[in-house]
Design a protein around this ligand. Sequence first.
Ligand code: PLP
Length: 342
Amino acid sequence: MKPLKDLVRKGLWELSPYSTARDEFKGDASIYLDANELPYNTEWNRYPDPYQLKLREAFANYRNIDSENVFAAHGSDEVIDLLIRIFCESHTENIVGITPSYGMYKVCAEQNLVEYREALLNPAFGLNSHRINDAIDGETKLIFLCSPNNPNGNSFELSKVKAIADSFDGIVVLDEAYIDFSENKSGLSVLKKTPNLIVLQTMSKAWGLASLRIGFAFGSKEIIRLLDKQKLPYNISKAVADIAISHIQKPQLKENYVRKLIKERESLINKLNQCNDVLRIFHSDANFLLVKFKDSKEVFEKLKNQGIILRDRSKLPLCKNCLRISIGTSEENRKLISVLSL
Ligand SMILES: *Cc1c(COP(=O)(O)O)cnc(C)c1O
């Protein structure tokens, strides 16, 4: 890895961020007349903590990581955008990702006018380090990996991810949106030894809080400081942070959802295996299944006509005739199977 200072876009390292009233004074005072807030208590009249220390501490604590290594965001999508804007010069530098994978990396790169290069996975969705290496050149700043990967749900061996990071001059972003559903080791276990690794997690999936918009990035203190400098001052509202903290404080709720969902996933696999239209179900460590059908278009339409919507992934590389099915409640899965069996 190059020194972080040399990886950041020109001028950003030296930039001083907007200093909020809450930055200028830290500690407890009895009268706050510094932020042009309404003084009457509406419950929401005060600006929130720009660094969401309580939220970061709660999640860091749950994951057994120092809170100075955690950044909280308006969904992991916010972090993806921030990282591109911190590290990649428009028009000249590039990002390498795998394909098929989560679509936001490419969209976000293009929104920022940064070239996005795709390295095809192996036919069974395994990581192909040679293709990744071939896509990298001197202008590559970021590599996006996703494990368990969306849209198919398999996990990459952590040793391979680490090897890619160790041999790369830039930053590797490992998106672990679905890690809670997986038995595999999280990238957090090698974070200390891998200074150019950033791990993304979210409360949108296993925690059941997609509408709150809460995501986290884990990385070195220096990387977290860069994210803090680049973000909007109040990227998470107090109401949302409070709800998120209350969920982090009772993780059994999430753990129960995960256990229940994995049971549903296994039972859905069994039932799908008995459906005539199904050719193949790909291994999944996540809360969805990628399924190859004889004719995905016909299946998609048949289900749609009965009010059941799947995600059509058939146009993606390696995904011909494939639909992605989010695991539903047992009732929803039963209906899905009954329509598929028609
Ligand atoms: C759903 C998903 C996310 C979630 O993003 P949020 O902005 O946190 O809701 C991130 N990455 C992947 C791969 C996903 O599938």
